[in-house]
Structures are given as C-alpha cells and as structure tokens.
Design a protein around this ligand. Structure first.
Ligand SMILES: [Zn+2]
Length: 479
C-alpha cells in the first residue's frame, strides 16, 4: 500500500466564561438551571428587541488573539448575519463575524513527543453568539434557548495537523491555554470547547489538498481522536479501492464508534451573509487594547522553558508544574521563600501537595497551605527539626487549620528529638529495662541494634532523629 499522510484542520468553538451573554444581560452559565430560564426578548429574537455588545466578550477574545500571536488584532471589525433555519435558532440567523473578523494571522506551537514543535496556523479568529439546543426525546423535539446568545470565539486552524494524536494534543494544549488565560472553563463534556475536524489524505510528500470531509458533534478529546483516526482509515480504504472522496459532513456515533453521513456539506454561499444592521462595529482603540493586554500572562510553554532554565528542573517537572497556572505560580512563590534547591520544592509539590489538591478537589491558588507554609515545612525537614513523615502530616494539618506550621510543631511537641544529651538519657533507660538483650548484644548478636533503635523510637513517640538514635545506642552498648 502507498504511504499516505493525513491533513487535518480544526474549527473550534470556545465558550467564553463571561457573566452575561454577548448581546443581552441574561446569565451565560446555565449548566445547573432548568431549560428556558435564562432568556429574554433579545436572545430569543423577539421582534423589536435590539442587541447591545458585552465589552467583556471583546476583552477575552482579544486576550486569546494575543496569546495565539495574531499578526493583526483589528482596530475595527464588524458583525454579520449568518442566515439559516433551524428550530433552535429563533431569529433565523446567527450574529457572527465574517469578512471583517476580530483577528487574523496567528499561530499556536504544539510540542510533539521527541521535542519538536508543530506550528499550527490560525488564519482567523472571531466572536459570535451561540444557538440554542435541541434535545430528542423519542419522537418529540425539545428546545432549550438558554444557550442562545452565549458568547463564543470561533478559531479556525490551517490544514496543519498530521495525525489523530496531533489533533488530541492540540485540543489538550488549547484547553490548557484557555484555562490559563481565565477566559473559558473549556470543558468539552459541557460543550464549552467544541471541535469540528476537516480531514483529508494525500500521498506522503505531496503538497496539494484533496477533497475533505468534516466531522461534527464530537464531545471529548478521546472521541475526536477516535473519529479522526477512523476517518483517515476510511479515506485510505476508499482511495485504495479507486473511489473518490466526497465532501461529506460526518457525525460520530460514540456508542457504535462509527461515523455516519449527516448531509452534503453547506457552502458559505448557503448562509447569505450580510452586515448586521443592528450593531455598530467593534472599535478597539489602542488605549483599550493596551489595557486588555496588560492582563496577558506569561504563556504555558514560555513558563515551562523558563522553569527548566532558571530552576534547573527536569522537563518532566516543568511540564507538570506548568499544567495549570496557579500551580506554576504556587511553585515560584514557594521557591522564593525557600532557602534550599528548587528541585526539592518541586518534589514536594509533585508528590504530596498535588495529592492533597486532588484529594480535596481544589486548586493550588486557593490552598490554605500557602507557598510560605510549604517552604517552612520543607526547611524544618531538611534541617532535621522534624521527621519527613511529620512534615507530610503537617501539610494536611496546615491545610485543614490554616495555621502556621511552626506553631503546630511547638504546640503538639512534634519537634524531632535531636538533642543528644536527652536522647542519651532515654537510651540508658531502654538498656536498663532490657538487660537480657544487652547481654545478647554484647555477646556478639549485634543485629539487635535495630531492635534497640525501635524501642527508643517508641519511647520518643517517633520523634527521635533515627540516625542520632542509632549512634547513641551503639555508643552505649559498646561502652
Ligand atoms: Zn437574553
């Protein structure tokens, strides 16, 4: 069989996490609400109702455009009507942007296994409103308008992805970026990040584009990967059998793990776009833009690279610590108030603190255990003031109580017994109450030393410095 390569472009719809919808004051987040409760004349398209643009939508979209390095964040962009008839679109059109979008000419670098980068181009990014939802219950169709007017960013990539795994990687990294910027919760299961994939194949080494199919309605990263993989394999089978690829729109059936044909693909002319007459253009003055961009943080990949260079962290650590923005900030703050090596902080964070975060279903940014507390606990362990296991218990205690670790140590007498004189005193007591074992040891059974250490540890409630305990006992037994 000939050697084929896949050519994939993605069209993503990102639900912005603004408080209110794009053109009215209704609540955006209806996840917990009954159907048709967050609606008004504007978002249900009643005659005479006029839309008014939500400024926060523009601000969040501009942040995303800057984060994907848009060449052009346009000082003036326009809304257009995209006309189509569908039961969950009460106006009969969607307010979108078309020929004059908010931003153009960006890219998103995707780290691939093996250290290479795949540059994914983003020719265009625009804002628009969402449509409602149709639910099928037996032979009835139920319509929920809560989602009408929810703000979306549509971001389209060039045909730059080359495999189903790269598609999955793109979505994982995009989700990370959206959460990092704080502009979307990006939960695919809740429809906050949606993805249609355009798939075609060609012989490896060629550079023209063949007819493509579009896969729609896939609601998890795993499903997108499976659907794209199935479609690549189907197209190869068709081409090998001498049949042409037709430009279908395909639907992924999760249960059957199979694609089915929905309809022949619409073309742009079916939508009869024209300029939205009820809205002014978005005028993005340079002052407003500058103010928005002040909130643009260092991006995940840059931060990851910096962590490797500045703190001498392994790739693996840097990747985990920059998976989520508040965790990466927590790490830097803890390193800033810690006197030892950054790698030590990284170990504690990746093992014990991350476990605590997961168990409690919280995020690094809202822990009661502050970065400063963590640094103090690690320092007390490193200087052998407390044992490592006391240190781990302290993480939990500080998180629960919000109190300073030093105070808890003092109050509960958790400090490790590392004062040699008092340890020697206790060790004498242990020898005196076990004369038989002392005789055995002195008669040559020196393996009993471990048993004596155990007795002394018990005597001190586990607080003795184990190395010092061993030394003191050995000295006394060999006196
Ligand atoms: Zn409304």
């Amino acid at each position: 069989m000939a050697d084929y390569e896949a050519v994939i472009g993605l069209e993503t719809h990102i639900q912005l996490n603004t408080v209110s919808k794009i053109f009215c004051g209704c609540k955006t987040d209806s996840w917990q609400d009954p159907p048709n409760t967050n609606i008004c004349p504007v978002c249900t398209g009643l005659p005479g109702a006029l839309p008014a643009l939500n400024q926060a939508v523009v601000e969040k979209a501009v942040l995303l455009a800057a984060a994907v390095h848009a060449e052009e964040i346009r000082p003036r962009s326009y809304f257009a009507r995209k006309n189509y008839f569908y039961p969950d679109l009460p106006k009969g059109y969607q307010i979108s942007q078309y020929d004059e979008p908010l931003a153009r000419g960006g890219f998103f670098d995707l780290p691939l296994p093996g250290g290479q980068l795949r540059r994914v181009t983003i020719p265009k990014l625009h804002v628009e409103e969402d449509a409602g939802k149709t639910l099928h219950r037996g032979d009835r169709r139920l319509i929920d308008f809560n989602r009408c007017g929810v703000p979306l960013v549509e971001m389209v990539t060039g045909p730059d992805l080359r495999s189903a795994d790269e598609v999955a990687q793109y979505l994982i990294r995009l989700r990370q970026l959206l959460r990092w910027l704080g502009i979307s919760d990006a939960d695919m299961e809740r429809g906050q990040l949606r993805c249609d994939a355009n798939v075609s194949i060609r012989l490896a080494g060629q550079d023209h584009l063949n007819p493509k199919t579009e896969i729609k309605n896939v609601n998890s990263i795993t499903n997108v990967r499976d659907a794209v993989q199935a479609e690549i394999e189907r197209q190869i089978r068709e081409v090998e059998a001498g049949r042409p690829i037709e430009t279908w729109t395909l639907d992924w059936d999760e249960e059957r793990q199979a694609l089915s044909k929905m309809r022949a693909k619409e073309t742009e002319s079916d939508y009869r776009y024209f300029r939205e007459p009820d809205l002014l253009p978005i005028v993005l003055g340079s002052e407003w833009q500058a103010r928005i961009l002040q909130a643009l943080p260092e991006l995940p990949l840059e931060r990851r690279r910096r962590f490797i260079e500045k703190y001498s962290l392994p790739d693996y650590d840097a990747e985990i610590l920059t998976e989520e923005r508040s965790l990466s900030e927590y790490f830097e703050q803890a390193v800033g108030s810690f006197s030892g090596e950054p790698k030590t902080v990284s170990n504690w964070l990746m093992n014990d603190v991350l476990r605590l975060i997961r168990e409690r279903g919280t995020a690094a940014g809202v822990l009661q255990l502050t970065p400063g507390h963590l640094a103090r606990i690690i320092e007390m362990v490193s200087s052998r003031q407390i044992t490592a296991s006391t240190g781990k218990d302290l993480l939990e205690q500080v998180e629960t109580s919000g109190r300073a670790p030093e105070d808890l140590v003092k109050e509960q007498g958790l400090a490790q017994l590392s004062d040699e004189a008092s340890l020697r005193e206790l060790a004498r007591g242990v020898l005196q109450s076990n004369p038989q074992q002392v005789d055995l040891y002195r008669g040559g059974k020196t393996t009993l030393l471990g048993w004596f250490v155990g007795q002394l540890m018990r005597e001190t409630g586990g607080q003795a410095d184990p190395q010092l305990a061993r030394q003191v006992l050995q000295d006394l037994l060999e006196e």
